[in-house]
Design a protein around this ligand. Sequence first.
Ligand code: NCD
Ligand code: ZN
Length: 362
Amino acid sequence: MSTDTLFAAETAASAPVEITIRRPDDWHVHLRDGAMLRAVLPFTANQFKRAIIMPNLVPPVTSVEAAASYRERILSALPEGSDFEPMMTCYLTDHTTPDEIERGYREGVWRAAKLYPAGATTNSHAGVTDIAALAPVLERMERIGMAVLVHGEATDPEIDIFDREAAFMEASLLPMLRRHEGLRVVVEHATTAETIDIVRAHASHAACTITPHHLVINRTTIFQGGLRPHLYCLPVAKRERHRQALRKAATSGEGCFMLGTDTAPHRRGAKQAECCSAGIFGGATALQTYVQVFDEEGALDRFEAFASLNGARFHGIPVNEGTITLVKKPSTALAAVSVEEEDVVVFRGGEPLPWSIGEIRP
Ligand code: NCD
Ligand code: ZN
């Protein structure tokens, strides 16, 4: 080896790997309210410039007024100096009217509407019982260019929990895509290879979000050494082949795949319980996890598309101006976040993570 080559190799080894991208957005976040909101918001606001805020509060955010006042509560809970922008959503029910949907959209209160099949997940009992009957609302959304965000799981308790996403896609999503060819549809937190194929085949008007945890765990991880309640979420993680398909899709650079953490905090007592609540608090380690996956897949050059470009383009809004730098420098994730007398366990909390968050330029 010549001295020149040696020198080049040494420089490469000593310079930390880092990547600077436009500031990212999170297209699927549960911020909750009150003390929980104050505890978890700083983590999302530190990582992301904007986020789509899920409306599954108790009671759910079904009106323009409720969304506007929730937005105010989020803004007043922000850390001093934060420029984070919450993007609100409307919780669709059997009683949502096309006029209310359009009013909230025109007034700039909400960006999208969330479709929970009734009973599919946490605080979804007020959701939609008959998607076909929602046609007038979806037609109006199609006309005004507002996206619908879909929790894609069938609710029939007879259907095996690992098959509920696939069952929903066949019975509900495909008919909906056919009925509303101009409606922009985001399949939330995709977990199967088949969902990825469906989204790809309808990429002119469909997209999906992919969470950090579904890129890292499979259904076996939930049972590793015992039952791990903090890895239980909905849709539940699937087999390894699905995780591999999600990793390929997220890192493909294709415009229909976007970042959405589905960070869903529950107090420790609600997770380590006789009946564990569904949801993983991934908000504090999201970017570190995603960038690690892109690094492992040899796709760091495509990270910006997934994290910062695809979502904004799909929703027809400008991409962010500022930048964030991620550095391949080990950091240890915070184990848990205090909320009043309790805490919320952080996804990958307490573990050494190979990547850290570096400089953020607004
Ligand atoms: C979410 C929650 O806790 O609000 N839970 C989850 O497991 N992801 C709801 C949801 O997005 O399904
Ligand atoms: Zn969610």
